[in-house]
Design a protein around this ligand. Structure first.
Ligand code: HEM
Length: 471
């Protein structure tokens, strides 16, 4: 046993990494989230494709090489989510699909996948369109100003789009929804606070800290909102009407399953509802914000998307599902935006068995591995001129020789993003309606926008874009 223990530590010590202070680890300087983010990027540049860091006495192995990432994501034995994501999210999301593992995860994944079938998604375009029009109206009110900080408006769009589609509940006019958006902001603030004070990532210490009560109050408010949504939808939901229909959106599908097979109960529905709001809301919102900033800074590309929208859909007709599928150039721009700004920048797994990396290091079983998608997407070993926004990277002829695990905005393997088609559809609808109404001009630039990792990638100080109405 002792021999085995020594071997594990020998392997860990062989992996390169920044110097660590005993018992404190490698994150010994207190700094704001955006500087922590920049420091992590610098470390991966220095040690690419693998390094280790320490949070207190716990080692984390960071990977950004596609060969090594493939070893992990392609094997279901490594499907268990890592400690840092669990610590940060479990109070809110419990063991919903993002956190769960083993048979529970497998059963729920199979159960909920039909809610993202294309026959369900195609009915969502109308809601995305209506919400995009409302978003454009908010921008129109402020377009006389030197710039609009887009985050707040796009966050609203994303929540209302999700509630109108997957929850069957239009929330735009609901007085509770603004409060919920504020609570989501508070939750993100708490995440940043814990990241900036890494000892608070240890539950034993966090529970005794002054931040804990405020955090738990926030969690309580988040849970109260999802209970409210479930109660309201249950009142509206007609079981007989939906009985024969298997193509139901998320919440209706769960209510239907509860009523028929009983394979999910009230607690299960609640944790999945929180999980899907958590997974869908910020990711798509931030992707839209970053894309608007990139397009504002690349007028030729912006104009080319606009020409494509004009020629396929025209300048006023609501887009159909098939129209959106034809916006191929826009799709390449979205892909490129997700390369530069993958809104899930880092994934965390616990190894189910020992892994020997391509570069010859051994990562022991049980170790926490961080898959640094952001760094992989910007690695100059993998991408030519990686900082450049160039949608042509995704032309079919330019992708044939790419490593299949070099581009992973939605992850890969059995635990990939269940909502990726949903996300692309939502993004395309919003871009289509925004670009038909405005020319975007740069205020913030990729050079001055600092990012932070709050489980999702976010700008540290908002994203400012100038909106000029098209005439
Ligand atoms: C641009 C938007 C999005 C991006 C970049 C994104 C990215 C990802 C990534 C990278 C993962 C894997 C995370 C991990 O393994 O740690 C993931 C998982 C997941 N995503 Fe997304 N996502 C997006 C939008 C959505 C949407 C719209 C939904 C739902 C409507 C959604 C629901 C989920 C769920 C439930 C999981 C967990 C899946 C599982 O473990 O089986 N995501 N997403």
């Amino acid at each position: 046993q002792r021999k085995q223990y020594n071997e594990v530590w020998k392997y860990i010590h062989e992996i390169p990494g920044p110097p660590a202070v005993p018992l404190i680890g490698t994150n010994y300087k207190l700094m704001p989230s955006e500087l922590i983010f920049a420091r992590e990027r610098e470390r991966m540049r220095q040690f690419y494709p693998i390094y280790k860091s320490w949070v207190l006495i716990f080692p984390f192995v960071h990977l950004a090489g596609p060969d090594d990432v493939e070893l992990i994501l392609n094997k279901s034995i490594h499907n268990t989510k890592g400690i840092s994501h669990r610590i940060m999210l479990e109070d809110w999301l419990k063991t919903g699909l993002v956190i769960s593992s083993g048979p529970k995860w497998h059963k729920r994944r199979k159960m909920l996948t039909p809610a993202f079938h294309f026959n369900v998604l195609r009915n969502f375009v109308e809601v995305f369109y209506k919400e995009s029009e409302a978003l454009v109206e908010s921008f129109r009110k402020h377009c006389g100003e030197p710039y609009i900080d887009v985050e707040k408006y796009v966050n609203q769009y994303s929540l209302y789009a999700f509630s109108g589609t997957s929850l069957g509940m239009p929330l735009r006019e609901n007085p509770k929804s603004k409060g919920y958006l504020r609570t989501l902001q508070q939750y993100k603030w708490h995440l940043s606070y814990r990241i900036e004070h890494p000892w608070l990532l240890i539950p034993f210490i966090f529970k005794r800290s002054s931040a804990y009560n405020g955090f738990m109050k926030t969690i309580k408010k988040l849970h109260e909102f999802s209970e409210y949504i479930i109660d309201e939808r249950t009142k509206m939901f007609n079981y007989n009407e939906h009985h024969a229909n298997t193509k139901l959106p998320l919440l209706d599908l769960m209510l239907h399953i509860k009523q028929t097979s009983g394979d999910i109960d009230d607690e299960g529905i609640k944790e999945e509802l929180d999980t899907f709001i958590g997974a869908a809301h910020d990711t798509t919102a931030m992707s839209i914000c970053f894309t608007l900033m990139l397009l504002a800074n690349n007028q030729t590309i912006q104009n080319e998307i606009y020409q494509e929208i004009e020629s396929i859909i025209g300048d006023s007709k609501p887009p159909s599902y098939n129209d959106l599928a034809e916006l191929k150039y826009m799709e390449r721009c979205i892909k490129e935006s997700l390369r530069l700004y993958p809104t899930v920048p880092v994934m965390n797994r616990i190894l189910g068995e020992q892994v020997v990396t391509k570069s010859g290091y051994t990562i022991p079983k049980g170790c926490n591995v961080l898959i640094n998608i952001y760094d992989m997407h910007r690695s100059c070993q993998l991408w030519e001129n990686p900082e450049k926004f160039d949608p042509d990277r995704f032309l079919p002829e330019n992708t044939v020789n790419r490593h299949p695990f070099a581009y992973l905005p939605f992850s890969a393997g059995g635990r990939n993003c269940i909502g990726q088609k949903y996300a692309i559809l939502e993004l395309k609808t919003a871009l289509c309606v925004i670009l038909r109404n405005f020319i975007l001009e740069p205020v913030d630039t990729p050079q001055n926008v600092m990012c932070k990792n709050q489980v999702t990638l976010r700008p540290a100080n908002g994203i400012k874009v100038k909106f000029v109405p098209r005439v």
